[in-house]
Design a protein around this ligand. Structure first.
Ligand code: GSH
Length: 264
């Protein structure tokens, strides 16, 4: 049996739900409330299967697997059909160059952008005492320190320029690659497309798409990505209760983010 601990708009969880849908696997949902008040992901039971207190965790026949990029590879090993890694050694290596970016910094940068634009408002609304409890319980030190800075400084956070610039360069590199192939690692849809695609959705949710409107190959690829039934199943179906806040705070932040995007 497959079980997934996740929540609706988590990018890391979206990747796993897309892969599960591509493979047409049945799974049981454990939807966690990660709000400051509930913080179910810091409960002693959850920390036993995910000591970092983050989402997602896959449990397969009683064994827990954590870290979204590891889970994606695990799913492709455990359930090889249809494959989500290219057949040729070269394309597989290209796929891994893309997926490597996620843990090299892209996911952390995505959290920085999200926190500075919108999530800080929800965190601050919980009140200083609850927020302090939440941050104190957070097991990951770097995440805790980054969140403290980003909640306090918002759009003036010293972490924001690098995060925005990182996305700009990755999107440009993706556009260059996609000029020559329909998918990031060649002719077939792979873990690279799943891993990167959800972050385009995330930035788009802040109404930032005009920043990369000139990257036509990236935009065409994104159209192919979201047209797949697995996207409807893994992303759209779960919704995102923070959509309207993402939109309104995104619009307020557009000028600043645009300035950082165009800084070099
Ligand atoms: N490296 C981890 C990152 C997971 C992660 O950052 N999860 C976020 C959701 S995308 C989370 O648990 N957020 C809840 C919180 O930090 O309070 C992975 O890829 O699984």
């Amino acid at each position: 049996m497959l079980e997934l601990y996740h929540y609706d708009h988590s990018t890391a969880a979206q990747k796993i739900r897309i892969a599960l849908a591509e493979k047409k696997l049945e799974w049981k949902s454990h939807h966690l409330d990660t709000s400051v008040a509930k913080r179910e992901h810091f409960s002693p039971e959850y920390l036993k299967i995910n000591p970092r207190g983050i989402v997602p965790t896959l449990v397969h026949d009683g064994k827990a697997i954590r870290e979204s990029q590891v889970i994606l590879e695990y799913l492709d090993d455990a359930f090889p059909e249809p494959p989500l890694r290219p057949a040729s050694a070269y394309d597989k290596a290209m796929m891994r160059l893309w997926t490597k970016l996620i843990d090299e910094g892209l996911h952390v940068h995505s959290r920085v952008v999200g926190m500075c634009i919108v999530v800080r408002h929800a965190k601050a609304a919980a009140g200083p005492e609850e927020l302090e409890k939440y941050l104190n319980e957070m097991p990951e030190t770097v995440r805790k320190e980054n969140d403290r800075i980003n909640i306090r400084e918002g759009l003036d956070s010293p972490l924001l320029p690098r995060a925005v610039s990182y996305f700009k360069h990755v999107f440009e590199d993706m556009n260059t690659t996609l000029a020559d192939s329909p998918w990031l690692a060649g002719d077939t849809f792979s873990l690279a497309d799943i891993s990167l695609g959800v972050y385009v959705t995330r930035l788009k949710s802040f109404q930032m798409a005009p920043l990369w409107s000139d990257l036509e190959h990236l935009n065409e690829w994104y159209g192919r990505f979201i047209a797949r039934p697995s996207y409807a199943e893994g992303v759209t179906r779960w919704g995102d209760k923070t959509t309207s806040k993402r939109q309104s705070h995104g619009i307020e932040s557009f000028e600043k983010i645009s300035e950082l995007w165009n800084a070099e």
